[in-house]
Design a protein around this ligand. Structure first.
Ligand code: PXG
Length: 464
């Protein structure tokens, strides 16, 4: 077989991809007809494709390349670690230096008494760990009936059987027999889509109080934990009203429910603090981490666990773990990523420079005729497309029709901005400069203009 490389013509790479590669969350037949985009290289915030296009990646890959592409330090550390100790496990009373060092570093960075780390290979695996860990915790305390985990509709916690069950994506639950038993979903704090004529703060409070209602209905002695993203990411960057999180914290405290903050997107600087929990001011017992932990350079995730839960779990054998828990190469890469973030004060850059500048420019997009609200926390933002701002109307066409048109215009204008239904979302690398933010906004605005024209031409600018 001929070597497959960047040098093959795009059409040939597309045909080979279509023949043998099954893509995640993709209608593979349709994609094969359309032709997949082949990304060949990347540097800073810019991707290059096989046609030579230079594309500003306003999604940081899949919300993960926080320090930007092309950092040689990470490549060097990975090569060094592979030579020294490419693999060893952390089962059977063994450990290695990268896992020791990374666990110590995470305990130092994490707030409060979140001092213990259980490693996984991804966010999905880490949330599977969390399901078993919180249930086992209560069983160890003699309360085995406390096994229900409350989550939220439209949450994303991963794609494995367990984490996909925690998530509240109905399209995922429709396939493969999800959810597993003893997972309960309450409504999300999405004021734009679901707040009707309520004031946002009153709505935020009402949605938080659904947690209390659920606990009372299910029985306090049955509920183990509540899991949520500080700011929902894959659900469309849904920023909760300020009233939401203090009420959730109050309810978790009152009923002794473990609080799991899924920091897979919000963690490692995305919201302007090391963790989203600090931004929304909550005190989780467990934080799920992945993505920005290694800036996506190596697959690694984990659970950062508080003293109390770790001590109870440590009272016996926890029959759980992954071949790649604390993988030495991934751990070494993550450590180097965190070292760079500290040395270059990436979180400070977000807080003091990039996020305030992006916020100003992003919120100006709300002037656009197609844009209802523009929401942003740190470096994760969303805009709601609407045919009628005054009534916050949805489009008459199927949800996602307008969003898809907009996304296609973005790609044509060399910008990766995603759509979730008819919300457009961004989550750029944290190291993005103000000049690059200007480029991002200019391309977004041009794409919105073109999307508006296309919607008019296709007679789609109609309210439901
Ligand atoms: N929790 C959260 C909050 C996530 O965003 C996961 C867990 C699962 O992590 P892994 O590493 O198993 O993928 C995620 C992942 C999207 C998209 O379309 C988002 C994610 C993954 C894939 C697609 O926005 N987030």
């Amino acid at each position: 077989m001929r070597a497959i490389s960047n040098h093959l013509p795009t059409a040939e790479l597309q045909a080979l991809d279509a023949a043998h590669h099954m893509h995640p969350f993709t209608a593979n037949g349709e994609l094969a007809d359309k032709g997949v985009r082949v990304i060949t290289q990347a540097k800073g915030v810019t991707l290059k494709d096989s046609e030579g296009n230079e594309i500003l990646d306003a999604m940081a890959g899949l919300w993960c390349v926080n320090i930007g592409y092309g950092r040689d330090e990470l490549a060097d550390v990975a090569a060094r670690q592979m030579r020294e100790l490419p693999y060893y496990n952390t089962f059977f009373q063994t450990t290695h230096v990268p896992a020791i060092a990374l666990a110590n570093k995470l305990a130092e960075l994490a707030p409060g008494d979140l001092n213990h780390v259980f490693f996984a290979g991804s966010g999905s695996e880490a949330n599977d760990t969390n399901i078993r860990m919180v249930r086992h915790y209560w069983a160890m305390k003699g309360k085995a009936d406390k096994s229900i985990i409350i989550s939220r509709k439209n949450a994303y916690h991963g794609s494995s059987v367990g984490s996909g069950s925690l998530g509240g994506m109905s399209a995922m639950h429709e396939q493969g027999g999800l959810p597993i038993p003893d997972v309960h979903h309450i409504n999300q704090p999405n004021w734009w889509a679901e707040g009707q004529d309520m004031d946002p703060e009153a709505f935020g409070l009402a949605r938080a109080q659904e947690l209390e209602e659920a606990i009372l209905e299910l029985g306090e002695d049955r509920v183990a934990a509540f899991i949520a993203e500080p700011v929902q990411g894959a659900g469309g960057v849904i920023v909760p009203p300020d009233s939401y999180w203090p009420e959730i914290q109050r309810i978790c405290d009152k009923y002794e429910i473990l609080l799991i903050a899924d920091e897979v997107i919000c963690g490692f600087g995305r919201t302007g603090n090391w963790f989203g929990s600090q931004t929304v001011n909550i005190r989780p017992h467990i934080m799920t981490i992945a993505k920005g932990l290694s800036s996506g350079y190596a697959p690694i995730g984990g659970s950062i666990v508080c003293d109390e839960v770790a001590s109870v779990i440590g009272g016996g054998e926890f029959n759980h773990g992954y071949t790649y828990s604390g993988h030495p190469v991934a751990a070494a890469v993550a450590l180097e990523n965190l070292r760079i973030m500290e040395e270059e004060n990436v979180v400070g850059h977000v807080r003091d420079v990039a996020a305030p500048y992006l916020k100003q420019k992003w919120e100006e997009l709300a002037d656009h005729p197609l844009v209802g609200e523009a929401k942003i926390v740190g470096m994760m933002g969303s805009i709601a497309l609407t045919p009628d701002k005054a009534t916050r109307a949805a489009f008459a066409a199927d949800a996602g029709t307008a969003g898809y048109i907009c996304r296609e215009r973005c790609f044509a204008n060399n910008l990766v901005m995603r759509h979730v239904g008819d919300r457009m979302i961004i989550s750029p690398p944290l190291v993005i400069t103000c000049d690059e933010i200007d480029t991002l906004i200019a391309r977004a605005r041009k794409s919105l203009d073109e999307c508006l024209e296309a919607l008019k031409e296709q007679d789609l600018l109609k309210a439901a």
